[in-house]
Design a protein around this ligand. Structure first.
Ligand code: MG
Length: 266
């Protein structure tokens, strides 16, 4: 009973805090250049870029896997509901990403031992069709990258399941002290802050000279990589975010649709 009361109180306080924070913070608008770019890009033009893409970047949480990583981890640590509220705000782009990340990780108060146990007991569920789609891209020699605000310790093993090399994974490294207690995260990882995914896309284009880079994801931060990404495809197979659906020239709810489009062009 006491535990239940404490948990309810904690959840309520965290939720109230998010609501108040949201009220005093101006709602983040989509960057003007993204709006302009996506408003002028037609579905046919985007399909053409997709069929001839020279690089494809995927978001991870709620895109290539069904879960929202940090929410699942929080659930495992017993603070699921409180953390979920923060995730909703972070996904909507209403709170600085780093603030939301720091707050949620502090709530989890994770240990290295817990993280290892979590990886074993709760393997991430691949979204239907992703394996086939990435397999097809690889067979066409198109490099695939994962760009995620999730955790490197979870995303690298996931990438290996999809034959994506570790160096093509951009995510946030969790840090632990010598006793295995949570000790923050690597702030040098660009995706640990707002605008980080866009920064990664810039770097990839600079480094490899990609001219037709496609980003695919469910969230506002994925959409905002465009430009510099040459095209953005909204993905709603796990969760549909209104803002993303509204502004994506091409919004899909199944990876099969993307695969079919590539096969038609062959
Ligand atoms: Mg996502």
């Amino acid at each position: 009973m006491r535990y239940w009361l404490m948990t309810s109180l904690f959840t309520f306080c965290a939720f109230y805090h998010v609501q108040m924070f949201n009220k005093i913070l101006p709602r983040t608008k989509m960057p003007t250049n993204t709006r302009k770019y996506l408003d002028t890009l037609t579905k046919d033009q985007l399909k053409e870029i997709w069929r001839t893409a020279d690089a494809v970047c995927f978001d991870v949480d709620s895109t290539i896997v069904q879960e929202e990583g940090i929410d699942e981890l929080a659930e495992f640590c017993g603070v699921g509901e409180a953390v979920k509220q923060w995730t909703i705000q972070a996904m909507g782009g209403n709170i600085r990403f780093r603030t939301a990340l720091e707050t949620r990780l502090n709530m989890c108060n994770l240990t290295l031992e817990q993280l290892e146990r979590y990886k074993k007991e709760k393997p991430l569920t691949l979204t239907a069709g992703i394996k086939e789609l990435i397999g097809h891209l690889h067979s066409e020699k198109i490099p695939v990258f994962l760009i995620s605000g999730g955790f490197r310790q979870l995303n690298v093993p996931l990438a290996h399941r999809l034959n994506i090399p570790s160096e093509n994974v951009f995510s946030v490294e969790l840090l632990f002290d010598s006793d295995g207690r949570y000790h923050g995260f690597n702030k040098n990882n660009p995706t640990s802050d707002s605008g980080g995914k866009t920064k990664v896309v810039h770097r990839l284009k600079d480094k490899y000279g990609f001219k037709r880079l496609i980003m695919i994801g469910d969230g506002a931060t994925d959409m905002e990589t465009c430009p510099p990404a040459d095209g953005f495809i909204g993905f709603g197979g796990n969760v549909i975010r209104d803002k993303v659906r509204e502004h994506s020239p091409w919004f899909v709810t199944s990876f099969q649709e993307l695969l079919d489009e590539l096969k038609v062009s062959n």
